[in-house]
Design a protein around this ligand. Structure first.
Ligand code: SAM
Length: 282
């Protein structure tokens, strides 16, 4: 037992929280499991935590029991708010609840650093939020770590290495400015209702600075063009970026006949730097 609050199945019944598909609701009702995810989020004692989509509050309770200093929980479904308020009452001053869309809320209006993010995300907005958290203009970002549940295939794209089918922009984006690891696998039966897919928790830690230097928007142009036509040779897919793109590729030790999925992050960053220099030289 992690707290004196009622079991989550009772919370669901009391508040009539029947899962709604359009809100991506697949709840974790086993508090042992949510405690484990909270532990994977790291040391929370001196951290504020942003939680997106707390639903009936299983992970929220895990995070609070694990010592989170203060949690901002953003939940779109108004039916879940009374259940979350019961948790807030059991942990006075440590849980702020917002009934709204996580895409519209600025967490920094409510939290102070250091900040960790932990969430069993609604799958429909999971990737969008991840990309948003990974692409601020300035680095390091407002968060120290992200501990996020994804559909297994998305988790595999985040940690993918060159040469694999899953390797692409999401891997490069995640690994350029963060360390990313899959820390837990969950079968469909871990959720109520059980989704059709398997899930995995990914833990990302923000690096103090990007792994290799590059201008974020040039790197994004290069990887965007390269992976939008991932079956093409790079000399063809990157043709539109610069008239002498083949020379730039050669200078970065990238065979112009290679395909995007063969090229590791370090050489994409080198190419982004070479492209920026060539453009500046006119
Ligand atoms: N964290 C809970 C758990 O582990 O049992 C619920 C997880 S469920 C997969 C996703 C939750 O996100 C649901 O409670 C859903 O209502 C909420 N949600 C969906 N879209 C949202 C949005 N745009 N902003 C905030 N919450 C959202």
């Amino acid at each position: 037992m992690i707290d004196n609050l009622p079991p989550l199945r009772d919370v669901i019944t009391t508040h009539d929280l029947r899962a709604k598909k359009q809100l991506g609701q697949n709840f974790l009702l086993d508090l042992n499991l949510t405690s484990k995810i909270a532990r994977l989020a790291g040391d929370l004692e001196n951290c504020d935590v942003l939680e997106v989509g707390p639903g009936p509050g299983g992970l929220t309770r895990g995070l609070l029991a694990h010592g989170a200093r203060h949690i901002l929980a953003i939940e779109k479904d108004p039916r879940a708010i009374p259940a979350l308020e019961e948790i807030a009452a059991a942990y006075p001053g440590r849980l702020t609840i917002i009934n709204g869309d996580a895409l519209d809320v600025n967490p920094l209006d409510h939290l102070t650093g250091p900040i960790r993010i932990a969430a069993n995300l609604p799958y429909n907005i999971g990737t969008e939020l991840l990309i948003r958290w990974l692409t601020p203009r300035d680095w390091p970002p407002f968060w120290q770590s992200l501990t996020l549940m994804f559909q297994k295939e998305v988790a595999e794209r985040i940690v993918a290495t060159p040469g694999s089918k899953a390797y692409g922009r999401l891997a490069l984006l995640s690994q350029w400015r963060a360390d990313a690891r899959i820390v837990m696998h969950l079968p469909p039966e871990a959720f109520v209702p059980a989704p059709k897919v398997h899930s995995a928790v990914v833990h990302l830690t923000a690096l103090p600075k990007p792994r290799y230097p590059a201008d974020p928007s040039v790197l994004s142009q290069v990887t965007g063009a390269a992976f939008n036509q991932r079956r093409k040779m790079l000399r063809a897919s990157l043709k539109g970026l610069h008239p002498q793109v083949e020379d730039l590729l050669n200078a970065c030790d990238i065979p112009p006949t290679a395909r995007a999925e063969e090229i590791e992050l370090e050489r994409f960053c080198a190419l982004a730097r070479a492209l920026a220099t060539a453009r500046a030289a006119g």
